[in-house]
Design a protein around this ligand. Structure first.
Ligand SMILES: *Cc1c(COP(=O)(O)O)cnc(C)c1O
Length: 360
């Protein structure tokens, strides 16, 4: 059928079962004679799709009753502005800078107030998660912000920061639904779905209800108020119907495959296979401090740019796609999201072993 093992960081691999189901329903969704791409977002048919998606998501994640689940547009990047517009009442917020996405969020928040960088790992190209046990959190901070999995650099928080009672806001775009998550620990936890969940163009945000108010920064557009979206159940205007439909299918796939505990076990097994190989390799090495390694994004290098390029090109010929690393890290990056089968990582490690033999 010509499918490759796709290690793209995002948009990324989706479960084959989900793609097939969508294909089957493309021309005629459940006897209604049209595609989900063609139906009104106000139709009964679509209402069922979005309600079922939310119910499945809530069950899968264990979202508490006092949290709203919103389906938003504008990508994770629009959240960088929407969050301060809705939460920055004191106009102070504390950011932990662990990579490009955290940095962009911080820079955006500066438009609205005193956004402070209270910890950073930029000194070592974001190759670790800073110590977050005793942060200099501002008394007036409206929230503390983190990016929980750093897609580009391959680090992941394995323990949440001590926010000293302040609200925690987290971007989980690239580890969303990769493991169980305790929503109660966050004021807002959100992610763009195109990394680990679904197609591009949709953000899912779990927001504690008391944070959804009319008390937003002056000048906040209607569309940017969480309250507008919450009151309209994510249907204030036309949502990304297709992405919501596809995510709904992925939630069902996750449930059928044992839920988030089972997914975490699978992800640990996949990551261990690759990291164990890297740790004993004489050609390749991982770029991240061991205790901060991500289960989702695995950057590695040979230390030789030409050899890296040769590796990426030959891997592509062998059906292992999108392994080129981000330009700021160089080398390679394998994104091994939920939908990447164990066999895909096995094929990668086998290819790396052969490449090492030939090029060392
Ligand atoms: C990709 C990514 C973003 C940006 O997402 P967009 O939907 O393109 O705005 C933000 N945060 C993280 C962690 C990401 O991986």
């Amino acid at each position: 059928m010509g499918r490759v093992y796709n290690f793209s960081a995002g948009p990324a691999v989706l479960p084959e079962e989900v793609l097939r189901e969508a294909q089957e329903e493309m021309m005629d969704y459940r006897g209604c004679g049209m595609s989900v791409n063609e139906m009104s977002h106000r139709s009964k048919m679509f209402d069922d799709i979005i309600n079922e998606a939310e119910a499945d998501f809530r069950e899968l994640v264990g979202v508490p009753e006092n949290y709203k689940v919103l389906f938003l547009q504008g990508g994770a990047s629009l959240q960088f502005a929407q969050i301060p517009m809705n939460l920055m009442k004191n106009r102070v917020a504390d950011y932990i800078i662990t990579g490009q996405w955290a940095k962009k969020a911080w820079q955006e928040a500066k438009i609205f107030g005193d956004a402070r960088a209270i910890a950073s790992s930029e000194d070592k190209t974001f190759s670790y998660i800073p110590d977050c046990s005793d942060l200099p959190i501002d008394e007036d901070a409206d929230y503390v912000y983190i990016c929980e999995n750093n897609t580009i650099y391959g680090t992941e928080y394995h323990k949440l920061p001590n926010t000293k009672g302040k609200l925690l806001v987290a971007d989980v775009s690239s580890n969303f639904l990769s493991r169980p998550i305790d929503v109660e620990k966050y004021g807002i936890v959100y992610g763009g779905v195109q990394k680990n969940v679904g197609p591009a163009g949709l953000v899912i945000s779990c927001i504690r209800e008391d944070l959804i108010t009319d008390d937003v920064l002056e000048g906040t557009p209607t569309m940017m108020k969480f309250k507008t979206q919450a009151d309209a159940k994510s249907l204030y205007n036309t949502p990304n119907c297709w992405a919501i439909y596809m995510c709904g299918k992925v939630f069902k796939w996750l449930k059928a495959n044992g839920g988030l505990e089972a997914m975490n076990a699978k992800n640990e097994k996949k990551a261990a296979l690759l990291y164990d190989y890297l740790d004993q390799s004489k050609l390749f090495s991982g770029t991240v401090r061991k205790e901060d390694r991500s289960l989702m994004n695995v950057p590695f290098v040979t230390g030789n740019k030409d050899l890296d390029a040769k590796f990426v090109a030959q891997a592509k010929e062998a059906g292992l796609e999108n392994l080129k690393g981000h330009r700021t890290v160089g080398g390679m990056r394998a994104s091994i999201y939920n939908a990447m089968p164990y066999e895909g990582v096995e094929a990668l490690v086998k290819f790396m072993t052969e490449f090492e033999k030939e090029n060392l």
